[in-house]
Design a protein around this ligand. Sequence first.
Ligand code: GTP
Ligand code: MG
Length: 170
Amino acid sequence: MAKGMKPQPIRTMIVGIPNVGKSSLINRLAKRKAAGVQNKPGYTRGEQWIKVNKDFLLLDTPGILPMSYENQKKAANLALIGAIREDILPNEELGERLLEYLRNQYPSALNERFGILVIEDRIKVLNQIAEKRKLVDSVGQNDLIRAEALLLKEFKDGLLGKITLEKYGA
Ligand SMILES: Nc1nc2c(ncn2[C@@H]2O[C@H](COP(=O)(O)OP(=O)(O)OP(=O)(O)O)[C@@H](O)[C@H]2O)c(=O)[nH]1
Ligand SMILES: [Mg+2]
């Protein structure tokens, strides 16, 4: 190094889609709660340099997404994992897609939590979930709307197990 030049710390930017754990990773590396963390896409609103030590700084950044989606399926997958707000698509459609995928790729995914051995059509599955969790609406019927919201939430929270939406060849 040239004489008289002050060594500069390494500066590294952390980039990724929303809600994947960028801020959490930075906190872990910095060994303190320097960046805000929430299970909510778009929680980090602005850029922030965080000092890990005197030689190393990390830049926390807001999550980024492609300008547009190649197709509806990619957008739905991002909504299902919580990377984009799930209200971009109606729950009915997200539920239908999730169940179709589980039926083909993870047929026993609903067994442990809901006792569902065979994933049949969406309405049947929602009825089974409503019964299992005792979700009843104001007129005493199975509350399928809440059953669907619960299914989506438990999937997103990882409670149905380790499931990937991008299986090779699927
Ligand atoms: N299971 C699990 N959850 C994690 C992990 N890392 C982060 N999380 C959780 O994921 C959620 C999002 O974490 P953040 O660190 O806020 O994610 P982010 O990428 O900074 O999100 P944005 O700022 O919205 O782009 C939080 O509920 C974290 O607790 C991990 O390694 N495993
Ligand atoms: Mg963040």
